[in-house]
Design a binder for this molecule. Structure first.
Ligand code: DGL
Length: 272
């Protein structure tokens, strides 16, 4: 493995770009391979079996690209498939659940943490388990927010429809008096300004991106794999399906860092 090998990052769509942004800010020299599985979005509605198939295909793709580490920049995969596949690979494989749980447990003052996430993530209760492994007495309320991913993917980061969805999902968390809420789906930080406008300073929003990249930096430093080559980084963005909205919405967040999006089929074809 070389320091100049790329870091792999994947999600169902643009969500994982919130983690890429943090990588580019904190480790600007790193080469990167991003995979947005837009052919299968939304992950939140998929079964565990479907998600396991996608995770294995994506990991094969990342290994074929020579990645030195992979960040599962997706709350759904981090919750549902990562615990099952993590021991199958020798390279560092890092998800967003545990880092977020640690951050939230340190931030809460009243011991009530909310989690806004996809339906599949909520069904898994992975955030609740991670938080309660750290501190048993913390109470956790997980709320599924299925309308947020399609709105973010469509670039609707303001407007009435987004406001209505935020009200529906965050009212129960406000009523329950969660003082800290984990944005447990990596798409949601795109909507964070609108969420913040609604919740004001009544709750602390935890975005998993920075904490995940800080953790990655530590892991790579421990293996002497931080890229310090001084070369201009190569960053490649792939999607399995829709690429136009990925490019458009991606550039809202990343600007010129996304100059091109490549469409690729990584699925193992069913034998005839
Ligand atoms: N951004 C992903 C997550 O963090 C996937 C959302 C989806 O495709 O439903 O859960």
């Amino acid at each position: 493995m070389l320091k100049t090998d790329p870091i792999g990052i994947f999600d169902s769509g643009v969500g994982g770009l919130t983690v890429v942004k943090s990588l580019v800010d904190k480790m600007p020299e790193e080469n990167l391979v991003y995979f947005g599985d837009t052919a299968h979005i939304p992950y939140g509605e998929k079964t565990r079996e479907q998600l396991l198939t996608y995770a294995e295909e994506i990991m094969e793709f990342m290994l074929a690209r020579g990645c030195k580490a992979v960040v599962v920049a997706c709350g759904t995969h981090s919750s549902v498939t990562l615990p099952a596949i993590i021991n199958n690979y020798r390279l560092p494989l890092l998800g967003v659940v545990e880092v977020a749980a640690r951050q939230a447990a340190a931030a809460t003052r009243n011991g009530r943490i909310g989690v806004a996430a996809t339906q599949a993530t909520v069904n898994s209760q992975a955030f609740t388990r991670s938080i309660n492994n750290l501190e048993e007495e913390i109470e956790v309320l997980e709320i599924a927010c299925p309308r947020l991913v399609p709105l973010v993917e469509a670039g609707q980061l303001t407007g009435k429809e987004l406001e209505r969805a935020i009200k529906e999902y965050f009212d129960p968390l406000l009523a329950w008096q969660a003082d800290t809420v984990i944005l447990g789906c990596t798409h949601y930080p795109f909507a964070a300004p609108a969420i913040k406008r609604y919740t004001g300073d009544r709750m602390n929003l935890i975005d998993t991106a920075d904490a995940t990249i800080n953790e990655l930096k530590k892991i790579l430093a421990g293996r002497d794999l931080v890229n310090d080559s001084g070369q201009t980084p190569r960053r490649r963005f792939y999607v399995s399906g829709e690429d136009t909205s990925f490019y458009k919405v991606g550039r809202i967040l990343m600007g010129d860092i996304i100059d091109k999006v490549e469409k690729i089929d990584i699925s193992k074809k069913m034998e005839q």
